[in-house]
Design a protein around this ligand. Sequence first.
Ligand code: GDP
Ligand code: MG
Length: 601
Amino acid sequence: IPPSRIRNFSIVAHIDHGKSTLADRILEHTGALKEALDKASSQYLDKLKVEKERGITVKAQTASIVHHVGGLPYLLNLVDTPGHVDFTYEVSRSLSACEGCLLLVDATQGIQAQTVSNCLLALEENLEIISVVNKIDMPAANPEEVTKQIEDVFGLGGEGDAALRVSAKTGQGVPELLDAVVHRIAPPETDREERPFKALIFDAHHDQFRGVVCLCRVIDGKISRGDKIASCGTKTELEVLELGLMCPEPTRTDKLEGGQIGYLVTGMKKTADIRIGDTLHKADQPVEALAGFKPIKSMCFGGIFPSSTDEYESLKKAIEKLTLNDSSVVVHRESSQALGPGFRCGFLGLLHMEVFLQRLEEEFAQSVIATKPFVPLKVIDGEMREKEILSPGDWDEVDWGRSTRVMEPIVLATIVCPNEFTGKVIQLCHDHRGHQVDHSALGSQRVMLRYNLPLPELAGDFYDSLKGCTSGYATLEYEDAGHQDADLVKLDIRVNGETVDSLSQVVPRVNSYKTGKSVVSKMKNLLDRQVFEVALQAVIGNKIIARETISAMRKNVLAKCYGGDVSRKKKLLAKQKEGKKRLKRLGSVSVPVDVFPALLK
Ligand code: GDP
Ligand code: MG
């Protein structure tokens, strides 16, 4: 198929607006393409069948289909936005492999926060945007209102550019949608003959049999099995062992050519060996690198510890396995006085960390204690030297001179909510050190608010509070917006005079007293069952800003004995002594493991 009959596109949508369902409907057209390919490469069919019988799950998000318009076959490549929808990085990397995208909006929900930020990303990439109103089969659908919103907010719509109406569930409107993809989205610009092979790696995953499978968009030239390739970023020479199209299972072809989207297997074992966003070329024909993506940057770090020390090895194995499939997680070893040996992991975002912890628990049956997410800070000293702070512990290693500045990352948050909650949302953003950037109506019922917010504010309970104060109606999305100066202090927690490292946090100076007070009073409630007196202190530098004392349980313990049995009383007192001995031996309080998760929240 010539480049003029190829279309590369993706679907962007707010969560639950029907992206996966629509992709399924579109994939129903893959049958035709697969048959044609199978005929051409029947010798490989068996292998594929074996793989199928073993029940291997193949990534189905990126797929090529054939669609006929005017009697001619067109190759349509649907590139999914991999990973979590709210990772700007992931969305933009798949968008850059396309010429156009479908902006999908639920006809019963209207534009939501992710619709706005994804549409802005698509506009930044100069993509042709086809707006699509989905779920028109539902009784509550209001396609007129939603179409008008799309016009008002994005300026999309009008002659020849009208929003399409579909039901991804029933398939209504889907053939017309595919026609529109062919008519409205530009074919890829490419030179297959004159220019050397050049391709963009936009995704990769690990396959049990093939090793690392790279998904790439061929920009120019062509490539065949057996060719030697290298990448601009790593320079390592690799042989192409297998290549082909995603149908949606990887299906072998003889070559890949300019304008196409397909997969490459080179025998690499670890996804960490390739860089997404890197440019591939023939080993003997170097090319200029494509404007890649910003390198993966950890936006938050969290300490992860096994809840009992003897589970360290099994946790280590589980983390290794998980990161094999998700190379964007950065892992360091860490040791805490309170929690023992563990790991410090860097994530692309807060949701990413949450998902990772959940997968550790659900897929690997690991019981872990995670510290509060920490957002890396930048410290700039008088001579403009930069240093990164990746955990509260790093704070003490900074030479705090007079002209040393701290900077924290900020985000541009988009919040969409019904009108009646506007006041509450504005108050919430204000309480979290936010600055309003935009406030506009979304039709007559809802508003869109945009705020610059410090990222550390989102690491706490911001999202829960937002959902809480809007009865669950608000949606939130945010993108990176650089760094700004911040007035922060380190808050330590001392238990019986000793600092508990894993409870330290870095907080805004304005809130530090309030935070200190609330932490120690929360601790007092949680630790109430100790058998000895415990002094809890919140400390900034050497200044104690809040304290609580948990009195010994002695009285309570004896009270339970109802005064009768003397030997029982003695036993209990002995037990208490034992406890005190242990206290002395440890030089600190032994905090029951099960209260840690609550303490660290
Ligand atoms: P995604 O999060 O954008 O991938 O959304 P899904 O495709 O998972 O869809 C979310 C929910 O909406 C699912 O329960 C779907 O069955 C439902 N859904 C998607 N499209 C339609 C549609 O056109 N009509 C109706 N009635 N339901 C739909
Ligand atoms: Mg989905």
